[in-house]
Design a protein around this ligand. Structure first.
Ligand code: 3PG
Ligand code: MG
Length: 427
């Protein structure tokens, strides 16, 4: 049965609750945006209300080097800023246990955690917050090291709650841990999974808007999305690669590999490829780090002869949205799913701004946004619209971007590995 065990069905009284959250919002030691932390507060409040004792954890950044296997521990990726934020916001006291790594393999001795748990049980602190989960040996391991870490961690808790919708990768703290504790979905996890139904059974027509910096990581989900959606709009390097393939042009910075992926994507999509809506106006700029009066121009891809060598194509241009055939697709949409930072940089925000405004004007459409950077763009470019969108029931902001793409690729939220683990454990 595809139903996650929810935390409201768990008896948490007096129990140590190990809670995985996705608080991956710290950059260079500072909080970039609090949305993902705020979204998990209901779960935390419920634990307190039920008399549970929370040990919170999240990953921050990508301190694990996949090639060397080394873990870099630095204050830039520390959880302390999150702890401070929670302490201030909730007027509670947290503690980060003093766990240290003795090698580049990461933290392996977690015994000092006991001291923090004793304080939690004695009521001297209100919550424990573990150091960055990706600082622990085994967190991202594909072998028994993941189980060793998960089992050790589980020995300090009574219950595991996964509220980290955005952390879709199957790691020790999101996946292996389920083997060792009674496990439940948190309130945010349940809400996000429920909301995903709007992508899988959308109000039609569904317009999918996806951008990305690399084709290879997006090709799987895009191949699934193009089947679900009625229209697909591409942005970023993905779109540039598509344009190179389709129009036989060269664009600075687009690799042959990306173009080959674009070709594969189009060929594999078969008849669905016709759903791609091209935004013909693009911004060509001489470099990637500057914008001045003479460095850029708006080009219509349809007017560029085959074989032309273009400079950097950094963004979409607002002129595309003035075209009737494009604006009609927007105004007739039943729903939008947007996971797209259209620009290579934030130097040319006009195109994205025009697009967000157009979406906003579609009063009847359901508007689903996913991905931290996408939401951040929206907020920065159109703060007033964004603020209003927070209380507009037609809008929904997911805390995960990659997570939704993974769900789309799996064909259902229940196919995501951490979620599957919760369901299978219960059955
Ligand atoms: C995110 O910020 O996208 C999520 O927290 C997942 O992070 P990851 O892509 O490093 O796994
Ligand atoms: Mg991400």
């Amino acid at each position: 049965m595809n139903k996650m065990p929810g935390m409201l069905d768990a008896d948490l009284r007096g129990k140590v609750c190990l809670v995985r959250m996705d608080h991956n919002v710290v950059k260079k030691g500072k909080i970039k945006d609090t949305m993902r932390i705020d979204a998990t507060i209901p779960t935390l409040l419920h634990i307190f209300k039920q008399g549970g004792l929370p040990i919170l954890m999240s990953h921050v950044g990508r301190p694990y080097d996949k090639t060397t296997g080394d873990i870099t521990i630095s204050e830039a990726d520390a959880v302390e800023a999150i702890v401070k934020y929670l302490e201030n916001k909730l007027q509670l006291t947290g503690i980060v246990p003093a766990l240290t790594a003795t090698s580049k393999e990461g933290i392996s001795d977690i015994h000092p955690l006991q001291d923090s748990i004793d304080k939690l049980k004695a009521g001297k602190v209100d919550f424990v917050y573990l150091p960055n989960t990706r600082w622990f040996k085994g967190e991202e391991a594909k072998d028994e090291k993941a189980d060793i870490f998960a089992k050790a961690l589980a020995s300090y808790a009574d219950v595991y709650i996964n509220d980290a919708f955005g952390s879709w990768q199957a790691h020790a703290s999101t996946y292996a841990i389920v083997k060792y504790l009674p496990s439940y979905a948190g309130l945010l996890m349940q809400k996000e999974v429920d909301s995903l139904q709007a992508v899988f059974s959308p109000k039609r027509p569904l317009v999918g808007i996806v951008a990305g910096a690399k084709f290879d990581t997006k090709i799987g989900p895009l191949s699934s999305l193009i089947k679900i959606a009625d229209h697909l709009i591409l942005g970023g390097v993905i779109y540039n690669a598509y344009l190179c393939y389709k129009y036989g042009v060269q664009i600075e910075g687009v690799s042959a590999e990306d173009i080959a992926q674009a070709e594969k994507f189009i060929k594999d999509s078969g008849e669905h490829a016709a759903k791609i809506v091209e935004l013909p106006f693009i911004i060509e700029n001489k470099g990637i780090e500057y914008r001045d009066a003479n460095s850029w121009k708006v080009q219509n891809i349809k007017d560029i002869p085959k074989g032309t060598k273009l400079g950097f194509v950094l963004d979409i241009a607002p002129q595309s949205f003035e075209l009737e055939e494009i604006s009609e697709i927007f105004t007739e949409a039943g729903s939008f799913f947007v996971n797209a930072v259209m620009g290579y940089t934030t130097l040319f925000p006009e195109g994205s701004m025009a697009m967000y405004r157009l979406i906003d004007n579609c009063d009847k459409a359901v508007k689903l946004f996913g991905g931290g950077d996408t939401i951040q763009d929206f907020k920065e470019y159109l703060p007033g619209v964004f603020a209003r969108a927070q209380i507009d029931p037609k809008y929904y902001f997911f805390t995960g971007g990659g997570a939704i793409l993974d769900a789309i690729q799996q064909g259902s939220a229940f196919g995501m590995k951490p979620i599957k683990a919760l369901i299978e454990k219960q059955n």
